[in-house]
Structure formats: structure tokens, C-alpha cells
Design a protein around this ligand. Structure first.
Ligand SMILES: C[S@@+](CC[C@H](N)C(=O)[O-])C[C@H]1O[C@@H](n2cnc3c(N)ncnc32)[C@H](O)[C@@H]1O
Length: 181
């Protein structure tokens, strides 16, 4: 079953709360670093991106599933949140480039449970996403340890990022910081 069908049939399959790593960062005042704009790829129905928007960050998101994108946008409208999302396949080079080009420079990239299985396409998207970040921009990554260890995950990102590893036994959790410029 693909993502579009899964969301259309089962709705909010990951629940209503943001992923625990993001929740803990929000609770610990991580956003007091003063983020103003975030890029959130593969945001599904928006449980993570909308949480960032509620914290006052302007979010540009996308997802493969038009149904999930529509539901996230409806929720954002109901709450008058600074959140936009659009349908895009980031494994497709031309769609990924068009999406990265269309976003205003961001200071936060939240790649939370979003991973392109094909390594070349995944590296290409990560590099494009980093170029959409301002100097000293911050990257949050969450994925399953079973899919990628912290070291494997870091190998998919451009060099020069300083990584902080906050992983658990189950989840690869990383905070990356781009160079000052
Ligand atoms: C495991 S789900 C997580 C969704 C969301 N990040 C969350 O934590 O609730 C992975 C998401 O990535 C999206 N996705 C998968 N491949 C994608 C691609 N090539 N381009 C854009 N989105 C994609 C799926 O539609 C799905 O919403």
C-alpha cells in the first residue's frame, strides 16, 4: 500500500503528537535559538510541521501524498498557522530541484521520519535542502536505527556539517549545524 492510499484509508496513522524527539526539543526551549523559517520534507498530515508553526516558525512543507498535504493545509487554515505544504516527490530530481528552488531560505530543516530509500536520490535531496538553508542553519534528523545508524545517516549529508548525536537504541536522532558561511 502506498502512502497516498494509507493516509486516505487510515487517516492520522502516526497520531496527533509530534515525534518525541521534536516534542522534547520544543519542551526544552530549543526554539529559543530563534528560528524563523523551517523546511519540513515528507511532513505527511503535518503533525511535526504544524507543531513548529504553533511555536511561531514559518513552515514550508511537502509530501508525496496529496491527501496528507490537503489535510495538513486544512488544519493550518483552521488554526491560522504560518504553514504551507505542497505535493512533491523528492526522489524525482526535477521535482526536488523545483521544490528546493521555490522555498525562501530557512534556518531550520526538520527531516523527521523522512528518508528516500534510493541512496543517490537521498543524497541529492539532502544536498539541495542544505542549499535552501541559511549559513549556520540547523538540521534535525529522525529515522529508525534499523534503517540507518547515525554514521550511515550522516554519510548521506554534505560534508562540513557538525553533528550532535542524540540517538536512542531505537531511533537515530541527530542535530546538525551548517558552517557559518
Ligand atoms: C514515515 S512517514 C512520516 C510522515 C511525517 N514525517 C511524520 O513523522 O508524521 C514518511 C512520509 O514521507 C513521505 N514520502 C515518502 N517518500 C517521499 C518522497 N519521495 N517525496 C516526498 N515525500 C515522501 C510519505 O508520503 C510519508 O508521509
Amino acid at each position: 500500500m502506498d502512502w497516498e492510499e494509507r493516509y486516505a484509508r487510515f487517516g492520522r496513522v502516526f497520531g496527533d503528537h509530534p515525534t518525541p524527539f521534536l516534542s522534547s526539543l520544543l519542551e526544552s526551549g530549543f526554539l529559543s535559538e530563534g528560528f524563523s523559517a523551517a523546511l519540513v520534507p515528507g511532513d505527511g498530515y503535518g503533525r511535526n510541521g504544524l507543531a513548529l508553526a504553533r511555536a511561531g516558525v514559518a513552515v514550508t512543507a511537502c509530501d508525496l501524498s496529496p491527501t496528507a498535504v490537503r489535510r495538513a493545509a486544512e488544519q493550518a487554515r483552521r488554526e491560522s498557522l504560518p504553514y504551507v505544504s505542497r505535493a512533491a516527490d523528492l526522489a524525482d530530481a526535477s521535482q526536488a530541484e523545483a521544490f528546493a528552488r521555490s522555498v525562501a531560505p530557512a534556518d531550520l530543516l526538520a527531516s523527521l521520519w523522512f528518508r528516500i530509500p534510493d541512496e543517490a536520490a537521498g543524497c541529492r535531496w539532502n544536498a539541495l535542502a542544505c542549499r535552501a538553508l541559511r549559513p549556520a542553519g540547523v538540521i534535525l534528523v529522525v529515522t529508525a536505527q534499523g534503517l540507518a545508524s547515525p554514521r550511515e545517516e550522516q554519510s548521506r549529508w554534505p560534508s562540513g556539517i557538525v553533528w550532535e548525536d542524540r540517538s536512542t537504541t531505537e531511533e537515530t536522532r541527530l542535530i546538525g549545524r551548517l558552517p557559518l558561511g
